[in-house]
Design a protein around this ligand. Structure first.
Ligand code: FES
Ligand code: FE2
Length: 403
């Protein structure tokens, strides 16, 4: 082969992706791992008197709230003859299928079969597949895993301890247009973007102008730490006044985004949590719960590019001012791991993948994954994430600056 032929696109090997880390359907390794944790599948207000279609971990589900106020989550296909309960009617005791009128409660028990003799003498043997749900922080969380392994729904200190005048707000803002957006790519592309902090000064600080605040455009010194339940990223930026912006972000099992405000409105611990919900292998969405001073504040954190919101941009502006949506969806429906060239600045990405692989190995060996608790009295989970102002002389800072 002549030297100038090396690198020709013609010669490349077929591209592949890591299925174990990305695919979330039933029976897949990651699908089983994800099913060992609670995931937000809607805002509390999404559970109402009109059946709502929800897709999570590749399963089509129906969310509703019965007349007694209990939220319910059942599979969409009616267990009688398979029409969808999306066209069902929510009643006092549950959801009634439109086709032959079977009525199911929030735990899938079949309460009525109006076409059957005696109202269905063996209806007790029928169960519409269902999943447990719980409401917290304005979100509805579902557990879709083995019943015997159902962990406690975690509490998080940053959402439990509220300074005076603050409240918790939830929303389904996302990268992109914000508000209910379904992002057409694999969930891991978003989650591993959290330890990928070097994209911040480039994508958000320079390439598309200043998307957050100018100081986030400073090239940081970075250290990553692989912990039991997450990957912690410490970024240090030297400010003009001689002090240092010390920022910690965390990507935590299973899909948590523990990222302090990139607009650095104040120096404090993390104000909000995000959960990346894998809708299926090639779509995700994000739910957020955070501390706010007034209702609607969470939605105000949306970025502007070229002075506009994402959904106001023309195609040409999307090209000129790309953000997280463009970069992550731009990696394709499932990024091709075989084609990557991970570099020094990708250590955090590699750690995030290693963390997930460890949990897959734990499950394969019959152990519980990290970060699940079966103790209802367990204290709230604490995070170190936050924006802090520090002195250069601080030992932790000096160590990073001199590295
Ligand atoms: S298909 Fe639902 S009641 Fe028959
Ligand atoms: Fe980003």
């Amino acid at each position: 082969m002549k030297v100038q032929d090396i690198g020709s696109g013609y010669d490349r090997e077929p591209s592949t992706y890591n299925k174990d880390l990305t695919e979330v359907g039933r029976g897949t390794p990651m699908g089983e791992l994800m099913r060992r944790y609670w995931h937000p599948i809607g805002l509390a207000a999404d559970a109402g008197a009109t059946p709502r279609a929800v897709r999570a971990l590749g399963e089509d589900l129906i969310l509703f709230r019965d007349g007694q106020g209990r939220p319910g989550l059942v599979t969409a296909r009616c267990c009688h003859r398979g029409t969808t309960l999306y066209y069902g009617r929510v009643e006092e005791r549950g959801i009634r299928c439109c086709y032959h009128g079977w009525l199911f409660d929030v735990e899938g028990h079949c309460l009525e079969q109006p076409c059957e003799p005696g109202g269905g003498r063996i209806r007790d043997r029928i169960r519409q597949p269902w999943y447990p749900v719980q409401e917290r922080y304005g979100l509805i969380f579902a557990y879709m895993g083995p019943p015997a392994k159902q962990p406690v729904l975690p509490r998080y200190e940053c959402l439990e301890v509220l300074p005076p005048g603050e409240m918790i707000e939830a929303d389904d803002s996302s990268i992109g247009s914000g508000g209910g957006v379904i992002v057409p790519c694999n969930w891991l592309q978003h989650w591993e973007n959290i330890p990928d902090v070097f994209h911040v000064p480039i994508l958000h600080g320079a390439f598309s102008g200043v998307q957050f605040v100018a100081q986030m455009g400073i090239m940081p010194k970075v250290r990553w730490e692989l912990e039991q339940t997450g990957v912690k990223t410490i970024s240090v930026r030297e400010l003009d006044d001689g002090r240092v912006h010390y920022r910690i972000t965390e990507a935590t099992l299973p899909t948590l985004r523990v990222v302090p405000n990139p607009r650095v409105a104040e120096y404090c611990g993390v104000e909000s949590l995000g959960w990346v919900l894998p809708i299926d292998d090639t779509h995700f969405r994000i739910y957020v719960a955070g501390r706010v001073k007034a209702k609607g504040d969470l939605g105000k954190k949306r970025s502007r590019m070229n002075g506009k919101l994402w959904d106001e941009l023309s195609e040409e502006e999307h090209q000129k001012f790309p953000g997280d949506y463009e970069a992550q969806v731009g990696q394709g429906p499932i990024t091709l791991h075989s084609d990557e060239h991970l570099a020094t600045s990708d250590q955090g990405v590699a750690m995030a993948r290693r963390l997930l692989q460890r949990q897959l190995d734990a499950i394969a060996a019959g152990r519980d994954p990290a970060g699940v608790s079966f103790d209802p009295a367990a204290p709230p989970v604490k995070f170190e994430a936050g924006n802090y102002i520090m002195d250069k002389s601080d030992a932790k800072v000096a160590e990073l600056l001199n590295a």
